[in-house]
Design a protein around this ligand. Structure first.
Ligand SMILES: NC(=O)c1ccc[n+]([C@@H]2O[C@H](COP(=O)([O-])OP(=O)(O)OC[C@H]3O[C@@H](n4cnc5c(N)ncnc54)[C@H](O)[C@@H]3O)[C@@H](O)[C@H]2O)c1
Length: 437
């Protein structure tokens, strides 16, 4: 099928390259000319494992092309994906400016039947809103359908998640649109991937419900981690004991510095606002947001506590991205931690195997940047593990200790075992366990 994907960020780029790999002829469109020029040359502007190979393979076959111009892409495609950003407004509602701009641009270029697919995460009612908007901006009447098809990929394993989705959710009102969606995703249907067809409102809600529930699990285990620290319990064992119950499952029960990223914070807020606008309060989600905010604040206090008197100290923060395997810093727990440390007079050094370019945009010259872990640690008063990158697990702990001024580790991801830290001679703070000072 001829497909256009409008917005080549984390979701759009993976969708475009993934659909091309399934055999479709795909044009990726982005308004950022630098991004498009890079993509045309096979250079991937983001860090996402496996994505470069997927894009390059499909560029070579000609099944995947990139452009800045939406009009010709709309004219030649039947299926049009909207994959632009939906950040938070100040009040927590989703900002639909980008989605609406794309809807207007599509409308202006439409001369034949199209299915417009909303893959961006959008509030309940957006499919209908986009439909109205397109109708209003059509130069001449033409038939079209708007479909909700939320995306569930995880940054860091986005290519895998595209190839092996847990489910495909379609919110549509027309039989023709559903048939086209089934044709588009026929490769997944053959593999018996569950296909949920429902109305657009339900489909839109499924995405928010899934993210809010996952955020819920994280906030819950983090609150229990705090309790473990108070009672002398061990959160890892609590999570194991809970997760082995099949009704609960082990996933997302990993205590850490609080959830961040481009989705959970904004999507929980947006869900709360959706509930409020329909007079149906989401009290649990509200509590999750509050618990997560409190927990993130607590992380900086934990570090300051481990430092004793923070002013004048030097701390190496290992991991700046919001999680491993991505260069995305959006709502990263490292951000409030670093801000608080700087405000307390700490000199902060940052290391990340993939996110240094993004980090420099976020922190500018308020911190110093290191590409080598041991150099970052040299002469430092403490190390904070803020992201669970595999290379931090592989660190030579005795060597690390030998270059530090004071052998203190604040492991906010519990990547090291207490016994290996003790053996290497570190004083350490973990999440949900007793500190060893
Ligand atoms: N990132 C994730 O892990 C993830 C997962 C599932 C769903 N989502 C949702 O998918 C959507 C996109 O997220 P993302 O992380 O890919 O965003 P992103 O910010 O990485 O990418 C958005 C892209 O859209 C482009 N864009 C904006 N307006 C445009 C226009 N008028 N024409 C052409 N291009 C335009 C931007 O230049 C940018 O490249 C959001 O709604 C998000 O909530 C994201």
């Amino acid at each position: 099928m001829d497909v256009a994907v409008i917005g080549c960020g984390y979701v759009g780029l993976v969708t475009a390259a993934g659909l091309a790999d399934l055999g479709h002829s795909v044009i990726g469109i982005d308004k950022d000319p630098r991004k498009i020029n890079k993509l045309k040359a096979g250079i991937i502007p983001i860090y996402e494992p496996g994505l470069a190979e997927l894009v390059q393979r499909n560029l070579v076959t000609g099944r995947l092309t990139f452009t800045e111009s939406i009009r010709p892409a709309v004219e030649r495609s039947v299926v049009l994906f909207i994959t632009v950003g939906t950040p938070s407004n100040y009040d927590g509602t989703a900002d639909l400016t980008q989605v609406e701009a794309v809807a207007r641009e599509i409308a202006a270029a439409m001369t034949s039947y199209k299915v417009i697919i909303n893959k961006s995460t959008v509030p309940v009612g957006t499919a209908r809103r986009v439909k109205e908007l397109i109708k209003k901006h059509l130069p001449a009447p033409v038939a079209f359908d708007v479909v909700s098809n939320p995306e569930f990929l995880r940054e860091g394993s986005a290519v895998h998640d595209f190839i092996y989705p847990d489910r495909i959710v379609i919110g549509a009102e027309s039989v023709k649109a559903v048939a086209l969606m089934k044709e588009l995703y026929s490769g997944f249907l053959k593999k018996k991937v569950p296909f949920i067809v429902t109305n657009p409102e339900t489909s839109e809600l499924i995405k928010y419900a899934a993210n809010a529930f996952l955020a819920n699990k994280i906030a819950f285990i983090n609150e229990l981690a705090n309790l473990c620290e108070a009672i002398g319990g061990d959160i890892e064992t609590v999570a194991l004991g809970m997760g082995l119950d099949h009704r609960i499952g082990p996933h997302f029960l990993k205590a850490g510095p609080g959830y961040g990223g481009s989705c959970f914070p904004k999507d929980t807020w947006a869900l709360i606002q959706i509930g409020a606008s329909y007079g149906s309060p989401l009290t649990i989600t509200k509590a999750v947001v509050e618990a997560n905010e409190n927990h993130k604040r607590r992380m900086a206090l934990k570090i300051k506590d481990a430092l004793g008197s923070p002013a004048g100290k030097t701390v190496a923060v290992l991991g700046l991205a919001f999680k491993a395997q991505t260069d995305d810093l959006r709502e990263s727990p490292a951000i409030p931690i670093i801000e608080e440390l700087i405000a307390s007079g700490v000199s902060v050094r940052g290391h990340d195997p993939a996110a240094l370019t993004e980090a420099k945009k976020a922190f500018a010259d308020t911190i110093t940047y290191y590409e080598d872990i041991y150099e970052a640690a040299r002469g430092a008063d403490a190390i904070v593990i803020a992201t669970e990158w595999e290379i931090y697990r592989q660190v030579d702990l005795p060597r690390l200790k030998s270059v530090m001024k004071d052998p203190v580790i604040i492991d906010l991801r519990n990547i090291y075992r207490p016994d290996e830290l003790s053996t290497a001679g570190f004083r350490y703070t973990r999440i949900g366990q007793k500190d060893i000072r």
